[in-house]
Structure formats: C-alpha cells, structure tokens
Design a protein around this ligand. Structure first.
Ligand SMILES: Nc1ncnc2c1ncn2[C@@H]1O[C@H](COP(=O)(O)OP(=O)(O)OP(=O)(O)O)[C@@H](O)[C@H]1O
Length: 606
C-alpha cells in the first residue's frame, strides 16, 4: 500500500483532509496578515475589473461630446491606475511576509512529524522517503494556501464583473468564456504531469544528491582520492541528471502541446466576439465604447482563464503537497497508535525483558532478518550478542530500543508489550552507544550531555559520564576543555580522532544513571582490544552494583570474545536465529559454533 502511494501520481492522501490541514496551517501562521491580504486583493480585484468600464464611458463621452462624462471617466481611470498600483505594492509585501511565516511553520511541523515518529520507518521505507523528499522541496507551495485562496477569490470577483460588463454589451458575448473551458479542464492534466515528473525524478534526484555529497564533502574525500573515484562519481552524477532531464522534458512537451491546443480554441472565440461587436457597431447597434469594452474584456477573459487555469494547477500542487504531509503524518500516527498511554514503564525491572517469537523484515526485503527469536534477558544481567556480519545483531538491538516494531512476535518488558509503551517514556529509561554514532558538532560538554537532556547543564554529570566511558582525561587535551567546539568547519572548532569521537558517543550513552536497558552495539570497535576489555570489565562491575537498585539489563554486541566472555549470558546469532546461548563456560563445553569462533580468535592471539 505504502509502495503504491509512493509510485502513484495521485495525491498520497485524501485531498479534503489535505485542504483542511493546508488552510489550518496557513491560518495559524499569521491571521492578521491573512485577513489584511484578503481585503487588499479583493479591493484591487474590483478596481481592475472596473477599468474597462471607465474606458468605455470615456470613449462614449468623447463620441457624444459629453465633457462631464469624459472628465469623470478620465479621473476614474487615473484613480484606478494609481490606486491599483498602491494596492498591489502593499498587497505583495503583506503576501510575501505571509508566505515566509507559513513556510517556516510548515518546516517546523514537518520536522516535528518526522521527529515524533518513534521508529526509523520514515527513513528506511523508500515510498515514505519519496514523499518526504518531494515535500521538503515543496514547502513553499504548501505555504501558498492563503495566497492561493486570495488569488482564487480575486479571480472569481473579476470573472463575475467581466461577465456583467459583457452582458451589458450583448448576452451572446457570455459564450466567450466557454472557449476558455478546455484551458481550465486541461490544466488539471498538466498539473498531474508536473507531479508525475516530480515523483519519477525523486529516485534519480536522491541518487544524484548522494553522489554530489560523495564528490564534495569531507566524509568520502580520502577514499575518492585514493581510489581515484572522482571521474566515476562525476560520470554517474551526470547520468542521473540526464535521466532527470529526460523525465521532465518528455512530460513538459506533453504539457505544452496540451496547453497550445487549448489556447487555439480560445483564440477562435476571442476574434469571433470582436468581429461580432464590430459588425453590430457598423450597423449602429453598438457604440464605439462597446467595441473598445469588448476588445479590452475579451483580452481580460483570456488573462482570467489563464489565471483560473494557473489557480487550478497551483491549488492542485498545493493540495498534493499538503496531502504528502498528511501521508507522513499518518505514518507517524500509525507508528504511535499502538501506544497505551496508561501502561507505565516500570521503575525497576523485576523479571526482565522477554522476546517471544520475534521476527523482523526490513521494508522492501523479501526475507526475515530475524526469524523467530525466543529469548529471556534476565533483570540485572549483562548479555552479549555475538555472530557473523549480517547475523542480525544490530537489528535486534534496534528492536529492543523500540526503533523498529517486530513484524511478528512480541517483546515484553516485565510482562508489558514494548510496542504499547509510550516510546518517549521507554527511551527515558534506555541508554545506548552505537558503532555508527552521530558526530554531534556541539561543544564537548553538550555532545556528551545530550545523552540525558535533564542533566545536560550538569558539568559534574558530564565529567562522570566521560569517566565511565574511559575518556575522563580527554577534555584536558583539548584547547577549551569541556567547552571546546567540535567540528573543524566551525569558528574555533576542532576535529577529533575516530576513537575520540567514539569515546564521546560512549560518554553520551553513560549519561543516564539508572537506565533499565543499556545497549552497547560495538561502541568500542574503534578502540583497541585492551581498552574495550577494561571498559566492559568496568561496566560489568557497575551493572552488578546497580543490579539490586534497578534490575537493569546491559546488552553488548562485540566481535571480541575476550570481552564477551565476561557476560552473564552469551547469545549466538546465525542468519537471524539463535543457535546457542549460555555462559562462556557452558558454550565452550558444548563445543558448538561459539567454541569454534572463540578458539579461532584465541589462536590468532597466541
Ligand atoms: N535498513 C536496512 N534495510 C534493509 N536491510 C537491512 C537494513 N539494515 C540491515 N539490513 C540487513 O539485515 C541483515 C542484518 O543486519 P544487521 O545490521 O542487524 O547485522 P549485524 O549482525 O549487526 O552485522 P554486523 O556484525 O556487520 O554489524 C543484513 O543482511 C543487512 O543487510
């Protein structure tokens, strides 16, 4: 279903809901300016609509030698021109400010929607990513809700006024707008083509952007040079852009042909109406002013039809952008739906965490990555997970953190289904350090402190966390200690070594003093085996000390068996299944996969 929505050209969620969301955002952004813009553009529409009428009066006055009428009409024309310009100038400024505010509000709401999704679903499902990326580039359109509405009202007023004036010359002239109908009808089609182009180009655009990042950012700079990948990346980048251009060009040509056909139909009506009124004037049934009025109005009708077509297109685009937002908001809401707000996260673990028949399959994958895991992580224990690359260790850790929801089976925390616990409350009691940690370019103090936002200001807590991460002396080696700015491209900022960054990430994971679950997914991979050994020894002792207080479970993923052997329970994963579990001694005596891997590693150290 999600995939279909991602591919479909149509709006990915109901347009009615999208319209409600869109208007509520625009209204919330700046009510005062919304009302002001509405008033200014309404008056401006009336002024513009009456312009042709003053012209007719002027010419009829001149023809009839009626000086009063001619002067009055001349003054009205001058006032219309000056007033119209002033109104447009003010209106445009109000409208720009309104757009700006709506745009920022939408960016904030979008970040909030993505951020409040408790799982990683939005970031790892291509269909959701497509919607997110397009919407990211479309947030200006989305912010155009009130201006679109103003434009539509404005155009409607002008259409009604123009119709009244046309009837005043001859009712047959009302047929003129009918020639513009194909333009309106086909504009939906051209706007559909535009959206189709965006969606088809989303994938190559994403690839092109990734390639551009590879070619221009520091992260890949070493390897790009070393493996002489520059030309290859550039070639692929060009290929993606060629694909994007081809997609857009084909659809643009289709759109232009449709537009051209519709304009030809209208022009037939335009010239027909002028010929009709000139004929009547020759026969004395219409005045010179009527001919002029018809010529001006017929020209305006063309503009108004074009305007209406644009409004329809623009509104469709705005609505589609809004429906992308609704779609993503639904993903976030679905992910939170199962939460039972009454289910309390225990203050301490009594029995521990139990996995019952847990399966997990990544979106777009055809097989389960975890294929039926039954496991008890006893309260107060340290559990090591070992296994080959790709065995499913990190996936298991992410499931325990609540970043994924099992495709089947359950994870119970002291009997309560984890998926029903409020993710925010659960995560207040979970701490983690990952191998692929983020490099937060804040001050050292903040980079560590954000591991527990409640204690981020507490310098002692930060120093203690760094101590537990084996990096107590790191700040002393930096120019401004804990206040040192990280990130070489910030003023006064410095970069760290891979191991130092990793120690800060571990420090972040050590900020929470009493987590129920501490997840350590190869956080020490960049450190030497001895440092890892000492750190884990220290954590194991600390975990045993707080065992009575919180019953916390520590889960460690590591490829180093010298570290793993200290755990109370060792779980061996192979291709998404548990093949063995027990203590180090039990597993050695079983002479299975663990014993084999342990012996292999031990032999390489001898
Ligand atoms: N986001 C993802 N989308 C699709 N498949 C994924 C994703 N992340 C991991 N996988 C796949 O899931 C399987 C298990 O990956 P996982 O990262 O859990 O393994 P691991 O045991 O932690 O490996 P390693 O020791 O290399 O870190 C792998 O086959 C991997 O290709």
């Amino acid at each position: 279903m999600a995939e279909e929505s991602g591919r479909a050209n149509a709006a990915p969620a109901s347009r009615l809901r999208a319209a409600r969301v869109m208007l509520s955002f625009a209204w919330a952004a700046d009510r005062r300016r919304a009302v002001l813009a509405f008033a200014i553009f309404t008056v401006s529409a009336l002024v513009a609509a009456l312009f042709a009428w003053w012209l007719k009066l002027l010419f009829d006055g001149i023809a009839a030698r009626d000086t009063t009428q001619a002067v009055a009409a001349g003054v009205a024309i001058a006032v219309s021109i000056a007033g119209g310009a002033a109104l447009n100038y003010t209106g445009t400024r109000v409208r720009m400010a309104l757009n700006e505010r709506a745009h920022h509000l939408i960016e904030r709401r979008l970040a909030h929607t993505v951020g409040r999704t408790p799982t990683l679903e939005i970031h790892e499902t291509p269909a959701h990513l497509t919607q997110l990326e397009i919407l990211d580039g479309e947030s200006w359109e989305f912010g155009e809700a009130i201006p679109s509405l103003i434009n539509a009202t404005n155009t409607l007023i002008r259409i009604v006024m123009t119709a009244i004036l046309l009837v005043s010359v001859h009712p047959v002239l009302l047929a003129l707008p009918a020639f513009g109908l194909p333009m309106l009808a086909l504009s939906r089609r051209t706007s559909g083509l535009f959206n189709l182009g965006l969606e088809r180009a989303a994938e190559p655009s994403r690839k092109a952007y990734d390639l551009w990042e590879l070619a221009t950012t520091g992260a890949a700079a070493k390897e790009v040079r070393l493996f002489r990948l520059g030309a290859e990346i550039l070639g692929r980048f060009h290929a993606q852009h060629r694909e994007i251009r081809t997609i857009h060009r084909r659809l643009q040509v289709q759109g232009q042909l449709i537009g051209l056909a519709a304009q030809i139909v209208f022009l037939l009506g335009y010239f027909g109406s002028i010929v009709f009124v000139v004929d009547r004037a020759v026969r004395g049934q219409a005045s010179v002013g009527d001919v002029l009025l018809t010529a001006v109005l017929a020209g305006q009708v063309l503009g108004l039809m074009g305007n209406s077509a644009e409004i329809v297109q623009w509104t469709t685009r705005t609505l589609t952008a809004a429906s992308r937002f609704v779609y993503l908001d639904d993903v976030a809401t679905r992910a939170r739906k199962v939460v039972d707000t009454d289910a309390a996260v225990p203050t301490r673990l009594a029995s521990g965490i139990v996995l019952e028949g847990v399966r997990y399959r990544y979106p777009h994958r055809t097989e389960d990555v975890l294929a039926g895991i039954d496991l008890h992580l006893p309260a107060g224990s340290t559990v090591a997970i070992v296994g080959d690359n790709g065995a499913g260790k990190t996936t298991l850790v992410k499931l325990l953190a609540g970043l994924y929801v099992p495709t089947a089976g359950r994870i119970r925390v002291d009997g309560t289904d984890l998926s029903t616990l409020d993710p925010d409350r659960w995560r207040r009691r979970v701490s983690a350090a990952f191998q692929d940690h983020a490099r937060w370019e804040f001050s050292v103090h903040e980079t560590v402190g954000i591991g527990d936002l409640d204690a981020v200001e507490d310098a002692e807590a930060v120093s203690a966390a760094l101590d537990r991460a084996g990096a107590g002396d790191l700040p002393e080696t930096l120019p401004a200690g804990l206040d040192t700015q990280l990130g070489a491209h910030w003023p006064g900022g410095i970069d760290l070594s891979g191991g130092q960054w990793q120690k800060l990430a571990i420090g972040r994971g050590m900020m929470r003093r009493s987590p129920l679950l501490l997840l350590l997914d190869e956080p020490t991979a960049a450190l030497d085996a001895e440092t890892e050994h000492h750190l884990f020894e220290r954590w194991t002792v600390a975990a045993r000390e707080v065992r009575e207080a919180t019953g916390a479970v520590t889960v460690l993923v590591s490829h180093r068996f010298s570290t793993v052997r200290m755990a109370d329970l060792i779980v061996v994963l192979d291709q998404g299944r548990i093949v063995e579990s027990g203590t180090h001694a039990q597993l050695l005596s079983r002479q299975g996969l663990y014993a084999e891997l342990f012996e292999l590693q031990a032999a390489s150290y001898r």
